[in-house]
Design a protein around this ligand. Structure first.
Ligand code: XUL
Ligand code: CO
Length: 439
């Protein structure tokens, strides 16, 4: 295989005292944590769009990225080089999965037919390289937001021709995901939302979005696609209001339209914070509803109001995220996809390694700390004790549906001198600190 990242050899685990920036300090793929290896727990994935497509452009300036494929001008040749680079990159990092949008892996042609042919050509190359590699596809998706045809949305566009085009695109993206043995298929409603209600029939748009998802479910059944369908909530950006606002909104939407048994959530940290939630909140909402499917691992910047997609390095966040994942029984088809991009100033190809190593180490450490918290049981015990009043007496009657307002009024008449216990938030935060620091 040709070499794209010549200055970097296979990244190895060297432990916490290593000062080699091209080595893992905490991620030790084969180390067992609670009966599973770290590799099995964390199921890392490289995001094709940020790693091979993004060039560090921003509204004020051009891209700054320096990449080994920069001198290739033919779009199909470039696409093929990136496929080869992806396998080398994932193998060197020891990342078992990657994720893509259809338009990340192959350029669009002049017609839909031509676009699909280009896609097929690239998919054959990916399939070929998969034969001699352990690297797999975690999920595929369709980019139904970038092209100008999607200016008013895809399945929620006011233009039925666009709905049809999006359906054709998602159909093809599902087919190639299946062909590459993708373990999930993601729906992120890129432009499914609105800029102003002055021109929007929200009811029709939501109904159409549900119709579209039902068609996808039907088609998956028809072709025998067994991967998990995932919805990725995001409250805003690119539209002012995105319909997939947050996990609770999406779950309510899926239930209202009879779609809930076909979908799980793909929770992205920076989308959670844009929605005014913590990452843990979104994971918790998904978990308690039995819908925690996968994670887009990144972090935002609390001082900025947009989706900065930074690599996740905050150990508190990774700890609490892995706490939710472990509490939910661990990943099945999902994993931790680095939907994260290097900063514009980190323009060298080597930065792609440093950033992924940083994220992988942060999640490996978070996994170990979360496992310890759960194993010790102190936090769980505190919560259990806090709600102990529902395990006996009147609380148990409430839980078991044995009492209504009349019985409760009778009870309250003789129990009206209420005593509450402290929530001990600061004490718990200090205990969390102890876990994080002693790791
Ligand atoms: C955009 C985003 C997407 C989805 C896939 O904010 O997160 O890249 O993950 O379409
Ligand atoms: Co994402």
């Amino acid at each position: 295989m040709s070499m794209y990242f010549k200055n970097v050899s296979k990244i190895r685990y060297e432990g916490k005292d290593s000062d080699n920036p091209l080595a893992f300090k905490y991620y030790n793929a084969e180390e067992v944590v609670g009966g599973k290896t770290m590799k099995e727990h964390l199921r890392f994935a490289v995001a094709y769009w940020h790693t091979y497509q993004a060039r560090g452009e921003d509204p004020f300036g051009k891209g700054t990225a320096q990449r080994p494929w920069d001198n290739i001008t033919d779009p199909m040749e470039l696409a093929k080089e990136k496929v080869r680079a992806n396998f080398e990159f994932c193998e060197k990092l020891g990342v078992p999965f990657f994720c893509f949008h259809d338009r990340d892996i192959a350029p669009e042609g002049d017609t839909l037919k031509e676009t699909n042919e280009k896609l097929d050509e690239i998919v054959s190359l990916i399939k070929e390289l998969m034969k001699t590699s352990d690297v797999k596809l975690l999920w595929g998706t369709a980019n139904a937001f970038g092209h100008p045809r999607y200016v008013h949305g895809a399945s929620t566009s006011c233009n039925a021709d666009v709905f049809a085009y999006a359906a054709a695109q998602v159909k093809k993206a599902m087919e190639i995901t299946m062909e590459l043995d993708g373990q999930n298929y993601v729906f992120w409603g890129g432009r499914e939302g609105y800029e102003t209600l002055l021109n929007t029939d929200m009811k029709l748009e939501l109904d159409n979005c549900a119709r579209f998802l039902h068609m996808a479910v039907e088609y998956a059944k028809e072709i025998g696609f067994k991967g998990q369908f995932l919805i990725e909530p995001k409250p805003k950006e690119p539209t002012k209001h995105q319909y997939d606002f947050d996990a609770a909104t999406v779950i309510g939407f899926l239930r209202a339209y009879g779609l809930d048994k076909y979908f799980k959530m793909n929770i992205e940290a920076n989308h959670a914070t844009l929605a005014g939630h913590t990452f843990q909140h979104e994971l918790n909402v998904s978990r308690i509803n039995g819908m925690l499917g996968s994670i887009d691992a990144n972090q935002g910047d609390l001082l900025l109001g947009w989706d900065t997609d930074q690599f996740p390095t905050n150990i508190y966040d990774t700890t609490l995220a892995m706490y939710e994942v472990l509490k939910g029984g661990g990943f099945t088809s999902g994993g931790l996809n680095f939907d994260a991009k290097v900063r514009r100033g980190s323009f060298e190809a080597e930065d792609l390694f440093y950033s992924h190593i940083a994220g992988m180490d942060a999640f490996a450490k978070g996994l170990k700390i979360a496992y310890k918290i759960i194993e010790d049981g102190k936090m769980d015990q505190f919560i259990a004790d806090r709600y102990a009043s529902y395990t006996t007496g009147i609380g148990l009657d409430i839980v078991n549906g044995k009492v209504g307002f009349k019985e409760l009024e009778k009870y309250a008449m003789t129990h009206d001198q209420i005593k509450n216990a402290s929530g001990r938030q600061e004490m718990l935060e200090a205990i969390l600190n102890q876990y994080v620091v002693s790791g």
